[in-house]
Design a protein around this ligand. Structure first.
Ligand SMILES: [Fe+2]
Ligand SMILES: [Fe+2]
Length: 206
């Protein structure tokens, strides 16, 4: 199944209205033009995050939005860095660390919930970033902030899982030789162990 088919099926199932579809497609087009693998990754992460949230009894639609749009900021990162297969050095990492902030800038005032979710998607890993969050796009209730955090956590796991399964780079090679995907995910997100176990047991993660 092509990523375009996955995207269309998700948008139909979630009943995304025409104006929102057009906006989402425009954001995805930025990635598609800049770096096709990041475009495909975004669609897969949105699809998986939605299915994960549904399985966990959380907001499927919100997780799908944040997952689909989480990396739009990568459209502002140079392509040679996005294509790099070798382990990142410190200056590569500094450059890459801007992408959640760029996602936030690009999405704010259009999709505010997704902007807040996207800026948090690398904050649950061991070398978490960005350290400081930008000012929120609008004032959110405590309940909405909790939902944003939940979504961003789900997207963080979906993002890591997709990279683990599809990216052929040095970062994951050694771990994949020693550990199963379930073990690698639990090691990366120990606080989410219970959720990860459920997702593997129910066949959402394989
Ligand atoms: Fe990212
Ligand atoms: Fe990502």
């Amino acid at each position: 199944m092509s990523v375009e088919d996955i995207l269309l099926e998700d948008m139909d199932r979630l009943q995304i209205a025409r104006p929102q579809r057009d906006s989402i497609n425009r954001y995805l087009d930025l990635l598609k033009m800049k770096h096709y693998p990041s475009y495909e990754h975004s669609i897969r992460v949105g699809d998986l995050a939605g299915r994960m949230a549904k399985c966990l009894g959380e907001g499927e639609r919100q997780a799908w939005y944040v997952g689909t749009l989480h990396d739009v900021g990568k459209s502002l990162i140079r392509k040679s860095l996005l294509d790099k297969r070798e382990r990142f050095n410190d200056s590569d990492m500094d450059e890459m660390k801007s992408h959640p902030l760029y996602s936030h800038e690009l999405l704010r005032d259009v999709f505010n919930f997704s902007a807040e979710g996207a800026v948090r998607h690398h904050r649950y890993q061991s070398n978490s970033y960005p350290v400081d969050l930008p000012e929120t796009c609008q004032s959110f209730s405590a309940e909405t902030l909790k939902a944003i955090d939940n979504c961003a956590q789900i997207v963080a796991i979906a993002d890591f899982y997709d990279a683990l399964k599809t990216r052929n780079n040095e970062k994951y090679k050694e771990e994949k030789e020693k550990f199963s995907a379930r073990e690698i995910l639990i090691r990366a997100f120990p606080a989410q162990k219970d959720k990860i176990e459920i997702l593997f047991d129910r066949g959402i993660l394989l």
